[in-house]
Design a binder for this molecule. Sequence first.
Ligand code: GDP
Ligand code: MG
Length: 317
Amino acid sequence: MGGFFVSFRMGFFGLGKTKESFFGKIVHAIAGKSTIDEEVLDALETALVTSDVGVETTLEIIKRLEQRVAKDKYTGTEQLLSLLQEEMLALLAPAESRAASALGFELPHKPHIVLVVGVNGVGKTTSIGKLSAQYALQGKKVYVGAADTFRAAAVDQLALWCERTGARLIDHGMGADPAAVAFAAVDAAVKDQADVVLVDTAGRLHNKVNLMNELAKIKRAVEKVVQGAPHEVLLVLDASTGQNALEQAQQFTAVTQVTGLILTKLDGTARGGVALSIAHKMNIPVRFAGTGEKAGDLEVFSPSGFVKALFSQAQLS
Ligand SMILES: Nc1nc2c(ncn2[C@@H]2O[C@H](COP(=O)(O)OP(=O)(O)O)[C@@H](O)[C@H]2O)c(=O)[nH]1
Ligand SMILES: [Mg+2]
C-alpha cells in the first residue's frame, strides 16, 4: 500500500492501475470539483457501477446523496466523500446486519449448527476450513459434515482441512446421502458435546428443484437431532464475480432460508461493491469476509470497516 499515493497520482493523470480501484474511481470522479453538478453525479454513478455496486443500488445511493446535498450544504470533496461513506454505510448496515456482525465468531448454541451453501467454486469448503481453524484456536470442539458427496475431491479437500485444524470429520464417502451425513455429524456432535457443527453441501444450481429438495432434506435431518437447527444457513458468494453473486443470492434465497453470507475472494478484487447491492436488495447480513486461501484469511465482516477499507487511501491533500 506504500506506493499507493504515487500510483494514485499516476492514475489520476494517466492510465495508472489504481484508477481501477473503487477509491481511485470515486476520487477521479470528484477531485477538484467544488459543486455537485450533473457531471460529478454522472462520474460517481459510473464509478459505482463499475465497482459492481449495481445499477439500482447506485441510483439509490445517488438519490440519497442528492437529497443530502440539497439539505446539508456541500462545500468540497472531503464532505462529499464523507457523505458518500455515510450513505454507503447506512445501506450496508441496517440494524439486523449490525446485530449479525456483532455476533462475530460467537457460538450462541451448543452445538451451534451451521449449514454452508453456495455454488461450486465460491469457497464453501475453504471457508469451513477457515472457520474450523478459528474455532479450534478458541479451544472449541468442531465437527464437520462432508455433505457435498457429489465429488470425491470435495471430501478429500475437507479431510485435509480437518487434519490441519483438528476438526472431527464425518464422512460417508462420495455418492452418499447428504442428509444422512448431516444427521450423523450433528448426532455425533451432540453425543460428544461439541461446540459447533459445520456442514458442507453441494451447490448444483442447474437443477433448482433438486437443490431445494436436497437442502430441505438436510435441514429436516438436522432438525431431527436438534430442535431449531440449523441455527444458521450461510450462503457463500465469490465477490469477484460481481453481479453474478447477487444473482446467486437471489436464486438461493428462493430455495432456502439464508440467514447470512460469507463473501469470499475480497483479496482478489478491487470491486467488493457487490456487498452493497446484496445488502440493499436482499437484506441479508454479511457475516464473514474471505481474504485469501489460508486458514487465517477470514474476518468477521464489519460494515464500517468495509466502507473504511474502500476509502482507506482517502488523504486528499
Ligand atoms: N483468493 C482467495 N481464494 C479463495 C478464497 N476462498 C476460497 N478460495 C479459493 O477458491 C477455490 C474454490 O474454493 P472451494 O472452497 O473449493 O469452493 P467450493 O467449491 O465452494 O467448496 C479454491 O482454490 C480456494 O483456495 C478467498 O477468500 N480468497
Ligand atoms: Mg467444496
